[in-house]
Design a protein around this ligand. Sequence first.
Ligand code: EPU
Length: 428
Amino acid sequence: MDIFVVEGGKRLEGSITVGGAKNAAVAIIPAAILSGDICRIENLPTISDVSVISQILVQLGAKVTQISNSVIEIDSRNLTGFQVSQELAKNMRASYYLLGALLGRFNRARVPMPGGCYFGVRPIDQHLKGFEALGADVGLRDGVVSLNAPNGLKANHIFMDVVSVGATINVMLASVKAEGLTIIENVAKEPHIVDLANFLNSMGADVRGAGTDVIKIRGVKELHGTTYSIIPDQIEAGTYMLAAAATGGDVTVNNIIPKHMECISKKLVEMGVSVYEYDDSIRIIRDGGLKACSVITMPHPGFPTDMQPQMAAVMALASGTSSITEGVWENRFQYIAELVKFGAKADVHGRVATFSGVEQLNGASVKATDLRGGAAMVIAALAAQGESSIREIFHIERGYEQLIDKLVGVGASITRKTVPDPPDKDEK
Ligand code: EPU
């Protein structure tokens, strides 16, 4: 197995450039098949989730050409498949965007229930409710979702019971070619929802209101190919901002949209960190101690749940008592059992975690419990005195491109090593 080995306690200094947003990329790639044409997607992150979702399109009959590291061309003119294989679907959450994309293109889809990080139950009832409202029959058998709309899709007025990024995206994908005006209320407002709407519009769709609570989509008969560049990754940028804060560093994060970083910047300022915003970069400097703060995660524009584990690693070092209330997921604190191995003092009660800041973290042998929990392990290891090792790094590599190169570029000591697999627990 592969692990990261980190020699911590080094102040990060220099600049890091972030890549394209993972959660926009994994929606925009399947959305491209709605065009039945050639789409060129730029500023893609080089992460495993992007290669898996691209492989799904290939399996369905699309031609996907890698033009450069961050650019692909998707030719879906000859794509005819409408069934996604279990093998690929189980690797990632976003495989379920093929439900909306295939339904929108062919009026039918068969997609196994998706994989992805485990944060407790992850229902898809709002996705299915949206598809049904557009006229699809929904079936679920042996873990495979089947959608069929033999008479085509018809616009409807849909009210989401919960604010869901995935359901908002899936219903957008299904309705761009549905006949009439679809109105979706109580939608998610994350930057990648707006990015997807811009991408769909660049293919000739008529999507309005993305970024507000109500999205209106007037169905069009045909879409066409496009060239589109994905927005920068808010969460990757935030992760490096917090790594700089945790190590008492001075790091400029480039290729960002400062507006997307506001809720993170404000928390860092509360914690005593200096934050300087420029047109498309942000500089983080910490030379004093860290102060405790509290965070409640919420759908956008609230503090992103995808930043809470990384924030916990910083709170572990902040003087006083900090807290995180998880407002999105039922159970997103599994990583805390690993964080305490560095010497962090943390307690979890239901959806609230509290941290009594310690002066120093110490190197530890830990595992990544999920993608962002893994990023928190990297931050803690960078800040800790001594050597740390992080197992199960495939979680981290689903979402962070060239993590080692980027961190080494700002003075971190982090390497990837192959070590023997641990003995099977059941072996005698
Ligand atoms: N929910 C329902 N019913 C549904 C859908 C969602 O009850 O039909 C609930 C969920 O159980 C959860 C809440 O609504 O409590 C929000 O879930 P949402 O659907 O917004 O999450 P998601 O679309 O499955 C995406 C990101 C996650 C991120 C969440 C919240 C992708 C591929 N994943 O997940 O990102 O945590 O939105 O912002 O976009 C990550 O990148 O590390 C990651 C986990």
